[in-house]
Design a protein around this ligand. Structure first.
Ligand code: ADP
Ligand code: MG
Length: 255
């Protein structure tokens, strides 16, 4: 290939925004030549590589903007530690059908059983599948909504929270909300009604106390649970797993 042609290909690729092709076309052409690749195979190879590079960039950027506290996947989850949790149930959720079916997932259980881990794993899987995701704790969410309200921007903030295909609201129930806060949470849930969300939280019977208002709690749960997969994890805490051996057993009193 003449250097003039090569330069023209690089210039045109750059004008078309095909950065990876511009960078690699000379090397790819040499490899295609020695492998005696057909014309169509070569074009296919160039375009596929460009798409793969873009897709991995999109995935990395989306993860950075997602608010996820870490990026553990469902493959990192040790199901043998939670025998009460059927791996198949989690794998079914990871097919992301709940997003196309516009339903919700609630993950319930005591601290340390992996609720956040599974919620993050599902969010990473959704991001990989090209879905937009956003992760927040209820506490942060309420703080943002209050700040927006104080600046007369609540409708815009609520509209922003409608954008992600999947919204994860973690740690529902760790801190109690006052009535205004619970009201804002209700506004969000009723807007996102039937638009994929995950919450990871206390048992529903305790939501009245958490939200400081039984009527509001019932109204929120009514919407959240209308189309909802509930994943209850009730096994041991993974956080305490390595400490179990360190706990000295208490001797029964001598009788
Ligand atoms: P929860 O949200 O239920 O309080 P987390 O998901 O934060 O618990 O889990 C606590 C820590 O233990 C995290 O680092 C998580 O990745 C890890 N973990 C929990 N369960 C498992 C498990 N079954 N396999 C592997 N890691 C786990
Ligand atoms: Mg958690």
């Amino acid at each position: 290939m003449s250097s003039l042609t090569t330069q023209r290909i690089i210039d045109n690729a750059l004008r078309l925004g095909l950065g990876h092709t511009a960078e690699s076309v000379t090397e790819s052409a040499a490899r295609a030549d020695s492998a005696q690749m057909g014309y169509l195979d070569f074009v296919d190879h160039l375009l596929s590589e460009e798409v793969a590079v873009r897709e991995s960039r999109r995935f990395r950027n989306a993860l950075k903007l997602s608010g996820l506290p870490h990026h553990k996947t469902l493959d990192d989850f040790d199901y043998t530690f939670q025998p009460g949790l059927e791996p198949r149930r989690v794998r079914d959720l990871a097919t992301l059908e709940f997003l196309t079916g516009a339903s919700n997932i609630a993950i319930l259980g005591p601290p340390g059983v992996g609720k956040t881990h599974i919620a993050i794993g599902l969010a990473v899987a959704a991001c990989q599948a090209g879905k937009s995701i956003y992760f927040t704790t209820l506490d942060d969410l309420v703080r943002k909504l209050k700040a927006a309200d104080a600046a007369n921007r609540l409708p815009r903030q609520l509209a922003n929270l409608m954008r992600p295909s999947l919204l994860v609201i973690d740690e529902v129930g760790y801190l109690a909300l006052d009535r205004d806060e619970a009201n804002m949470f209700f506004q969000l849930i009723s807007r996102r009604y039937e638009k994929g969300s995950i919450t990871s939280n206390k048992h529903f019977t305790e939501w009245g106390t958490v939200l400081g208002d039984d009527v509001l709690a019932t109204a929120i749960l009514d919407r959240l649970l209308h189309h909802c997969d509930v994943l209850a994890i009730n096994g041991p805490s993974y956080r305490l797993k390595d400490r179990q051996g360190l706990v000295t057993p208490v001797e029964p009193p001598a009788s």
